[in-house]
Design a protein around this ligand. Sequence first.
Ligand code: N9Y
Ligand code: NI
Length: 187
Amino acid sequence: MITMKNIILEGNPTLRTPAEEITFPIGEDIQTMGQEMLEFLKNSQDAELAEKYQLRAGVGLAAPQLDVGKKMIAVHIPNVDDETNEPLLSTVMINPKIVSHSVQSACLAEGEGCLSVNRDVPGYVPRHTRVTVTYLDLDGEKQKIRLKDYPAIVIQHEIDHTNGIMFYDHINNEDPFHLDENVSILS
Ligand code: N9Y
Ligand code: NI
């Protein structure tokens, strides 16, 4: 079971090294790791399990955060307007790639954090409002999805990890809360 002990922190060079593509066919080891990554996110969002195992709640996780330099990410985004218990998006992606994106950008009003960063880094993190992403699922099937708003932001944070990029790389150094014309704030 993945816990916080398995998550490496900033300063570890793996977080700054572009990860390698995963080759087809996908091995059992990768499949198992993908399942465990998604399980970690679910556990971290379960109040009882999070307390029991001292997990920081997360909506995404990338393999490099586990010190594994491979292009694999997991996302588990809970549904906010809670009528169903169905998550908004819950998946493991292998070799995720943004193949097209909007000109319009968006950022979270509260900025971003990271499970690999144990400090507050204030500032807006502008990201594409809409992205089209291709990836392989855990069965090795090629997939293509369009995402917008919050799920699009989460996926870009995770894909950045597979390319050695941290969220604060996108924050304007001179003026952390500067907003370009084409950037809206998500609320
Ligand atoms: C985990 C990050 C990924 C998100 C940060 C901004 C967009 C993607 C993460 C640190 C603490 C908070 C936590 C979070 C959350 C949100 C809604 C519901 C439940 C992956 N990471 N967080 N960042 N939690 N939990 O570093 O999830 O947003 O690379
Ligand atoms: Ni992160």
